[in-house]
Design a protein around this ligand. Structure first.
Ligand code: M6R
Length: 523
């Protein structure tokens, strides 16, 4: 807890306007012991105690001044019989036991003490005492039902979902927002990434970018290449980390090597970074704080996806795409290849992505039906074009990884150079089709070739005029359109669900597929 005057406070989340609040409190003569945003919240509540001696009122006023995501618990030393609680975009549950109350960020944390739980909602401010509870939202008293949770400890960790993979798929709207929260600046539009510590001089010197990773993270690199080349004009190359060391890669001190890894412990990725270190500048995009990659690179950017338990990566992938998008905008603005108007459009689109991803998850029952129909197929072909070609690769990897069915990802335009020979009535062809007209029209002509050979087409698209696509396809799964740049982020969701449900129908071990480990720490 951070303590300021009478108030001790703990916080989960990010206070976006903490610099502004810190300046205001400093002007009132307050001194700080740390650089954290949490300490600012403690001071703010304490400062309002000067206006009203009621800690609940002071706490409410402080919360109204704060922008960002927060779950706060605060105690006033002069009223130690009550805990003040606030929730905004970060979870909070209140468990009611025998003569005790327990407040935590998620249900599994309290289950050993009690199974009777209230889940707070965004905007709730509560005052918890042993014998009473009051909750307000927008100044009005509200009730949150006391629910009896009957989960066993393992189900509890899965948040009530059957598998970690499904839980993690459903967490994506929230963790995507966590990845960009606190990093977007407005007026003028920009991205703030002070933690990576790249100087303006470092950025202006870069003349080449090498993106290195393995598996799903490699697919995030392929999407990142589109962003980096479009927003910065710097030539980018993507390589499997395991291949990088076995050729004679060309790089020098003007090269930026970007390694993407969920765990930060993948042996091949670490070795590839090692071989470039000393000459090139290295930057890691990583999920796990304190991991080997985070310690090895010159600069690090965390994705904030939270723990990913399922071997099949889902939320780590989408947050890697978001981190790469932010990084590319940041570099583009610093180098003057992006102006603030365009950046504003790009950043606005990003803030719409969590809702679009949430809506895409609603395709679940339609996708489950497709999985039921095709789960016995011997193989699947996934095709895509432009920035959605990596999504076709990712869809194929996800499916083979957990359902053990052979699946291949291919650029749609390459079909006629070989894979078209595979097409028959037995082969489901999954096409990832973004709205962008140039690509959409070309892909339709590829699909006519598939259809005329009897192939079964499953289309995943963010286009709205889909009449012809529907005539050609067995099933069309529609997701919301956010922007041409962010189509990959949304279109990947139904493919995650497809892999999941094919595996469920085939009875394979979804979260722990055979022969695979979550972190591949050997070469
Ligand atoms: O931890 P990393 O991101 O470095 O892991 C890389 C790959 O091993 C990983 O993405 C793997 O391909 C996943 N199981 C895919 O779902």
């Amino acid at each position: 807890p951070h303590t300021a005057g009478r108030i001790s406070l703990i916080h989960n989340g990010i206070i976006e306007n903490y610099i502004e609040l810190r300046e205001r409190l400093a002007a009132e003569g307050r001194e700080f012991k740390s650089e954290t945003d949490t300490e600012i919240a403690a001071h703010l509540v304490d400062s309002y105690l000067k206006e009203s001696d009621d800690p609940y009122e002071a706490f409410k006023k402080a919360c109204a001044d704060i922008r960002g995501s927060f779950a706060f618990l605060a105690i006033d030393s002069e009223n130690p019989d009550r805990i003040l609680v606030a929730k905004n975009a970060t979870p909070i549950v209140i468990g009611e036991g025998q003569g005790e109350v327990v407040i935590a960020s998620d249900i599994p944390a309290v289950l050993e003490i009690t199974k009777d739980i209230r889940v707070l909602e965004d905007g709730d401010i509560a005052e918890v005492r042993l014998d009473s509870l009051r909750i307000e939202n927008n100044g009005e008293p509200v009730e949150r039902v006391l629910q009896h949770i009957s989960w066993d400890p393992v189900t509890a960790q899965k948040g009530g979902f059957k598998h970690f993979m499904l839980k993690e798929i459903n967490e994506q709207p929230e963790v995507i927002a966590d990845t960009f929260r606190g990093r977007i600046v407005r007026d003028p539009a920009g991205v703030t990434l002070p933690e990576i510590g790249l100087s303006a001089e470092d950025i202006s010197r870069i003349d080449r970018i090498l993106l290195l990773a393995c598996g799903t993270a490699l697919h995030a690199c392929l999407v990142a290449k589109f962003y980096l080349e479009e927003f910065t004009g710097i030539p980018c190359e993507v390589d499997y980390a395991s291949e990088f060391r076995y050729r004679t890669p060309v790089f020098n001190e003007k090269t930026l090597v970007i390694a993407i890894s969920q765990s930060g412990e993948t042996a091949d990725t670490l070795a590839a970074v090692e071989s470039a270190s000393g000459t090139a500048r290295t930057l890691g995009i990583c999920n796990v704080l304190g991991s080997s990659l985070a310690r090895k690179v010159n600069h690090v950017m965390f994705t904030h996806a939270g723990p990913e338990i399922s071997v099949a990566s889902t939320k780590a992938f989408t947050t890697q795409i978001v981190a790469a998008y932010l990084l590319a905008i940041y570099l583009g603005l610093e180098r003057g290849t992006l102006d603030s108007e365009r950046s504003l459009q790009l950043l606005d689109a990003l803030t719409r992505a969590p809702q679009a991803v949430s809506d895409a998850i609603k395709s679940e029952s339609l996708v489950e039906g497709v999985a039921r129909k095709y789960h016995r197929s011997r193989g699947f072909l996934f095709i895509g074009r432009g920035n959605c070609y990596p999504i076709a690769l990712e869809g194929a990897l996800k499916l083979k990884e957990i359902s053990y069915i052979h699946a291949e990802g291919y650029p749609a335009g390459e079909m006629k150079h070989g894979p078209i020979a595979l097409i028959d009535e037995e082969l489901p062809v999954v096409v990832v089709l973004q709205r962008e007209k140039r690509i959409y029209d070309k892909a339709l002509s590829n699909l006519r070739e598939v259809e005329s050979r009897g192939g079964r087409i499953i289309a995943v698209t963010d286009a709205d005029d889909t009449a012809e696509l529907e005539a050609l396809s067995d099933t069309v799964i529609k997701v919301p359109f956010v922007s041409n740049e962010l189509s990959p982020l949304v279109l990947t969701i139904p493919l995650q669900l497809l892999a999941y449900y094919v595996a469920v129908h085939n009875g394979t071990d979804v979260d722990l597929p055979r022969n695979l480990a979550k972190s591949v720490t050997v070469e």
